[in-house]
Design a protein around this ligand. Structure first.
Ligand code: ZN
Ligand code: ZN
Length: 360
C-alpha cells in the first residue's frame, strides 16, 4: 500500500464514528494530503469502496498523474455534473468540512436530491499530525533554507536599514536557496515594534539599541518551516535586554529538557509559562507556546493552556516559541522547529542563537 492508500484506509476507519457513508473533502490542504493532487480546484468524494477526485479541464492530466489512488471525475462545473458526481458514488449521508464549506457551496449541495449533509468540525486534521518520512524530509529541507537565511541576519541588518528592506533581503535569500515561496510574510519587528508579536515590517529604520525580532520560514514542495530569532543591534545590550532574553531562552530550555511523547500540550506549554510567570512576566507571554506545522503553517497539535487533549507523539513536527513583549520597549521571541521522536525530540532548526549584532 502506498502512502495515499494508507491515508484512505485511515480516514475510512472513521466513517462508523461519524455515521456517514461518504466524505466530501473540499479543503485544499486535506485534499492534497489525502490524494496528492496539488491543483487549485478540486474535491474528493470518498466512500467505503470508492475514491473520486473531481476537477475541471485545466487539471485532468495533472490529477491522473498525481492521484493514481483516485478515480478521476471530469467536472465541467455545472449543476448536472455536480449531481452526477454524487450519484456516481451512490452515497446517502455525506460528511462535509464545516470549516471550509461556504454558504455558496452549501447552496450548490442543497440542490442534490436524496443526500443528507453532515457537517464535521475536522476530517483529516488529526491524521495529519503525524508526519510520514517524506513529509519530514520536505519540512527538514524547508527548515535548512530558513536556517541559512537567518544565519545572514547579523551581516545584513544595519542601522538605517528599514524593516521592510531587511525582510526583502531575507526573502530574496530564501528564494535564491530554492524556496518555492514564503511560509508567511517575513516578520521583522524592531525597537518598540518588537512588542507586537505579529508586526508587519514597515518603514521604521533600525537603530543601535534596538531589539530586533525576525520570524520567518521557507515553503518548499507545499511544506512549511518556521523560526524566530531575536537580535540586539549595538555594542552591548543593557540589563533589561539580557534579563528578558535569558528568561525566554530559559523558558525554551525548560521545554526542550523535558518534552517527550505522551506529554499533553497544556503540560508542554506550562513548562515554559511557569518559568516566565515565576519571573513576573506571565502577563507578557500572551500567545500559545507553539503549533504543529506541515502543509499548513499553523496546524494541530497546538501547545497552549487549552490543549490538554493533545498528546505528543513521535512524528509530530512542532514549534517551541516562548516570547515576552513589553509595550513601549520591545520584545523577545525564540522559536525552534522540532520533530518529536520515540525518546524525545530532534531539532529541525539549527541556526545558532547569538543575539548581539555589533554595530557602532
Ligand atoms: Zn514563527
Ligand atoms: Zn510559529
Amino acid at each position: 500500500m502506498n502512502v495515499f492508500e494508507q491515508r484512505l484506509t485511515a480516514i475510512r476507519r472513521k466513517f462508523d464514528d461519524w455515521e456517514i457513508d461518504g466524505l466530501l473533502i473540499t479543503s485544499p490542504i486535506n485534499r492534497r494530503w489525502l490524494s496528492g493532487f496539488t491543483g487549485s480546484n478540486g474535491q474528493l468524494l470518498i466512500t467505503k469502496d470508492k475514491a473520486l477526485l473531481a476537477t475541471d479541464f485545466r487539471y485532468w492530466e495533472q490529477a491522473a498523474a498525481e492521484s493514481p489512488a483516485f478515480e478521476l471525475f471530469k467536472h465541467r462545473r455545472t449543476d448536472e455534473d455536480n449531481a452526477a458526481f454524487f450519484a456516481a458514488a451512490g452515497v446517502t449521508v455525506v460528511g462535509i468540512e464545516a470549516q471550509h464549506i461556504t454558504l455558496a457551496d452549501q447552496t450548490r449541495l442543497d440542490k442534490i436530491k436524496d443526500v443528507f449533509w453532515d457537517p464535521l468540525m475536522e476530517t483529516a486534521e488529526p491524521l495529519r499530525k503525524i508526519k510520514s518520512p517524506a513529509e519530514i524530509e520536505a519540512i527538514r529541507a524547508a527548515a535548512t533554507i530558513t536556517d541559512q537565511a537567518m544565519a545572514q541576519v547579523n551581516t545584513i541588518a544595519r542601522p538605517g536599514m528599514s524593516e521592510r528592506e531587511l525582510a526583502w533581503q531575507l526573502e530574496k535569500l530564501m528564494r535564491e536557496s530554492g524556496a518555492d515561496g514564503m511560509a508567511f510574510d517575513v516578520i521583522v519587528a524592531s525597537g518598540p515594534n518588537a512588542a507586537l508579536p505579529h508586526h508587519h515590517p514597515g518603514s521604521r529604520q533600525l537603530r543601535a539599541g534596538d531589539s530586533l525580532i525576525v520570524d520567518m520560514g521557507a515553503k518548499l514542495d507545499g511544506y512549511h518551516s518556521d523560526m524566530t530569532r531575536t537580535f540586539y543591534l549595538g555594542s552591548e545590550p543593557d540589563e533589561l535586554f539580557w534579563s528578558v532574553y535569558n528568561l525566554v531562552q530559559d523558558a525554551q530550555t525548560a521545554v526542550l529538557d523535558h518534552i517527550k511523547p505522551g506529554m499533553n500540550g497544556k503540560k508542554v506549554d506550562a513548562l515554559a509559562r511557569d518559568v516566565i510567570a515565576a519571573a513576573g512576566h506571565g502577563d507578557y507571554f500572551g500567545h500559545g507556546l507553539g503549533h504543529g506545522l506541515g502543509l499548513a503553517i499553523h496546524e494541530d497539535p497546538f501547545l497552549s493552556t487549552r490543549t490538554e487533549a493533545e498528546i505528543m507523539a513521535p512524528g509530530m513536527t512542532i514549534t517551541i516559541e516562548p516570547g515576552i513583549y513589553l509595550p513601549g520597549w520591545g520584545g523577545v521571541r525564540i522559536e525552534d522547529l522540532i520533530l518529536i521522536t520515540e525518546d524525545g525530540f530532534e531539532y529541525l532548526s539549527h541556526c545558532p542563537k547569538e543575539p548581539v549584532i555589533r554595530v557602532p
